[in-house]
Design a protein. Structure first.
Lengths: 115, 428
């Protein structure tokens, strides 16, 4: 067994080298599916339980892409100037006093939190 | 090819980053304070208008801040770093000839892009960054870096330019006026040291400096001063520095816990050192064409020996697995169980940029080596280290409540902590 030089109090033990050390890179990449444009994509947390019938739950993660232009049926995140917070709704339901922030391209609902 | 430079400069960068996730700050005088000494490190336009000076310790202007209801935020460098990387990514997609000058400024070499209308190009870039990342930028486009920087500065100050100052095709009197409106202290390269000397000799504006005789410039400011005057007169003296500035070579080495004659331990060491070296390559956005490793016996023991293996690759790479397999294959060339190996190192050089591979957010060029940027990056690292421990998290149960902007303190780590993501409330 080898011990790497200590860095910030951490030592890493390495055993016999795995010839395919980067094996994990061969897995399908969820980022590729969910966040094809990382430059303009941001994550939000959904608050509210009105959309459970639509499969969107309180605490879900929403992926927002700012590069997309929103269609009427898109779900979008906007700044609510009256309430001073972010709202999420169909584009057609955006109130007057609001500013578009980005288009929701996916929500992630975890059944068990790994964190 | 005639030189064409653009400087893309983020407006009030730290404040703009805060406004992306907290639009309620829009229109309010806002300042960002450094975390350690609480000095002003960024000001919104409203704060500038009130007269908040840059760099001043906040306690010295407490009354001014209070009476004007200035919002004070502690620097959130994780957020600024993330937003900065996104902008750099957009720019390097436009051209790999991008020099990241600091966390909020990049030079682009436009000479080879075949652009016919630089102003239209600048507007497009500006719109794209504003839409995709949410940060307003100012752009100066000119035949020299000094003029590009001056242009971006004026584009920020004079709203009628709509964020773009393009010196190409600019009427001479407009250029004269721009130079006239630029005090020498805001010229790139005129430091605090030079300013009083130039003023004493009667040079107060960029226009006056541009008219300085070359000999006099050299006498007063040395060769860099002579270049400065040339640059103001559209003669480029400073090229792109990004590629020259980045790391020239990477080496990762390790001394074994005890001297070994085991081949598998050498393999493991190569794999581990190559993994770390290639990680570094990728974070610099580089590919290596020359890779190699060395193995030593203990130099303090009799019979000290060193073996070196070099490989010149046809295709530059930063692929960890590929590099490991190439290097490990060389072990049999020298391996002899009669030797006691003491130390092993993997090195790489002959770099080229990996722009074509930049599809994830981890691999962007991070070449900023300038003083200003270094100071900021050091501060950022220090703060990240400190926040890594003991920072209070927003409890998951509180997610239903929107985050309430605070008067002071640090904004949440919107883009770097799962527990601090911005919240969107269902309204519809």
């Amino acid at each position: 067994m080898l011990e790497e030089p200590r860095e910030e109090g951490v030592s890493i033990h390495t055993g016999f080298p795995n010839p395919a050390l980067d094996k994990s890179l061969d897995n399908l990449d969820l980022q590729q599916l969910l966040i094809p444009r990382p430059i303009s994509s941001f994550l939000f947390r959904i608050a509210g339980d009105q959309w459970e019938n639509a499969g969107i739950f309180n605490g879900d993660i929403a992926i927002i892409d700012r590069a997309l232009s929103a269609g009427k049926q898109d779900i979008v995140v906007w700044w609510d100037e009256t309430a001073g917070d972010f709202g999420v709704s169909h584009r057609k339901d955006m109130p007057e006093a609001s500013t578009m922030w980005g288009v929701v391209t996916a929500t992630i609902h975890q059944l068990r939190s790994p964190l | 090819m005639k030189p064409v430079f653009a400087l893309v400069d983020c407006n009030n960068f730290f404040v703009s980053c805060e406004r992306v996730f907290n639009p309620s700050l829009e229109g309010k005088p806002t300042i960002v304070l450094s975390s350690n000494d609480s000095c002003v490190v960024a000001r919104s336009n409203e704060a500038k208008a009130i007269g908040v000076p840059m760099g001043i310790p906040a306690f010295k202007i407490r009354d001014m801040l209070r009476s004007n209801q200035v919002v004070q935020l502690s620097a959130n460098f994780e957020l600024y770093g993330n937003i900065s990387k996104r902008i750099v990514a957009i720019l390097t997609h436009i051209t790999p000839r991008t020099e990241v000058y600091s966390v909020d400024e990049s030079f682009l070499d436009l000479s080879q892009l075949g652009i016919t209308d630089y102003t239209a190009w600048g507007k497009e870039v500006r719109t794209r960054i504003l839409q995709e990342v949410g940060v307003p930028v100012s752009i100066g486009i000119a035949p020299s870096k000094t003029l590009a920087k001056l242009g971006a500065e004026q584009a920020k100050k004079q709203l009628e330019f709509e964020g773009i100052v393009n010196f190409f095709g600019m009427p001479p009197h407009t250029k004269e006026q721009l130079l006239h409106q630029t005090p020498i202290k805001s010229i790139w390269g005129v430091g605090r040291r030079l300013e009083p000397r130039l003023r004493a000799e009667g040079f107060g504006t960029a226009r006056q400096l541009a008219a300085m005789r070359p000999q006099q410039a050299q006498q007063t400011m040395g060769i860099t001063g002579r270049q400065l005057v040339s640059e103001l007169n559209s003669i480029s003296c400073h090229g792109m520095e990004s590629l020259e500035r980045v790391t020239k070579s990477i080496m990762r080495s390790r001394t074994f816990g005890e001297d070994t004659n085991q081949a598998h331990i050498l393999e493991a060491a190569i794999a581990s050192m190559a993994t770390r070296a290639t990680h570094s390559l990728r974070t610099h956005g580089l590919l290596a064409r020359h890779i190699g490793f060395f193995v030593d016996t203990n130099r303090h023991k009799p019979g000290f020996r060193r073996w070196n293996y070099d490989l010149h690759l046809d295709m530059p790479t930063n692929d960890t697995g590929h590099i490991i397999s190439l290097l490990v294959a060389k072990i049999s060339d020298f391996y002899n169980p009669g030797h006691r190996y003491h130390r092993l190192g993997v090195y790489m050089d002959d770099f080229s940029p990996a722009f074509a591979l930049q599809t994830d957010l981890l691999g962007y060029v991070d070449t900023a080596a300038h003083d200003k940027s270094q100071a900021r990056m050091q501060a950022m690292d220090a703060i990240n280290k400190r926040l890594g421990r003991g920072k209070i998290y927003f409890a998951a149960e509180d997610l239903s409540k929107s985050w309430q902007p605070k008067r002071t303190g640090q904004s949440p780590r919107y883009v770097s902590n799962w527990n601090e993501l911005p919240v969107a409330t269902i309204k519809g």
